[in-house]
Design a binder for this molecule. Structure first.
Ligand SMILES: Cc1cc2nc3c(=O)[nH]c(=O)nc-3n(C[C@H](O)[C@H](O)[C@H](O)COP(=O)(O)O)c2cc1C
Length: 190
């Protein structure tokens, strides 16, 4: 089983990546193989709405998303992680999701399934600086639409707010890391 972790955070040492790494550790402890994409390291354009995928369900842009599509279609499970930026997921993650318009066309217009037809599950990890959980709702809606398009069941979530006042030694972070590990581990029960 291959679990794909996707980070929408540009900060490699930030809370998003700390939690994602822990969840991937959990997934590996459950026997899964893991792969991780840090979107900020990739070079790709946002969707150009060119209609180039309308007839084929394949994006015509030639950039780093090519390899991402391959992984999105074949992964057995997903762990998507993002900070809240201005009330929702980061631009990096939203740009990747928008580029999945070609997969949306493939599914809903061309009525073709994903390359991997069996059911698969995904979890969403999200962090916010302020102590306000409302931000997570808009982010969750986006991830839900993304998961439905990819035939992925929304199987779990970890939302951690108040990172502005959180230190690397805080109990809140330690608790969150443990929960993240357990979430990753739970993916083996697919
Ligand atoms: C551009 C930008 C926008 C942000 N917008 C919000 C926001 O709307 N609400 C919030 O609670 N925190 C906001 N934050 C704070 C981040 O969510 C917080 O610092 C988070 O821990 C960043 O993730 P990281 O630790 O993985 O880098 C913002 C931070 C940045 C850089």
């Amino acid at each position: 089983m291959k679990i794909l972790g996707i980070s929408g955070s540009p900060k490699k040492e930030g809370f998003t990546n700390l939690l994602l790494n822990e969840a991937l550790d959990g997934a590996r402890a459950g026997g899964a193989g893991t792969d991780k994409i840090i979107l900020n390291d990739l070079d790709f354009k946002p969707c150009q709405a060119c209609g180039g995928c309308d007839e084929t369900g394949v994006c015509v842009l030639s950039d780093d998303m090519r390899a991402v599509y391959e992984k999105l279609e074949h992964a057995d499970g997903f762990i998507i992680a993002s900070p809240i930026y201005f009330g929702t997921v980061t631009a990096q993650l939203k740009a990747m999701i928008d580029r999945c318009q070609s997969l949306w066309v493939k599914k809903y217009i061309l009525k073709k399934g994903m390359a991997r037809p069996k059911s698969r599950k995904g979890i969403f990890i999200c962090v916010a600086g302020k102590d306000n959980r409302e931000y997570f709702e808009s982010a969750k809606k986006i991830i839900n639409i993304f998961f439905v398009t990819l035939d992925v069941e929304y199987a779990g979530e970890l939302f951690v707010c108040g990172t502005n006042k959180m230190t690397n030694n805080s109990k809140k972070l330690k608790d969150a890391l443990l929960k993240s590990y357990e979430l990753g581990l739970s993916l083996d029960k697919i």
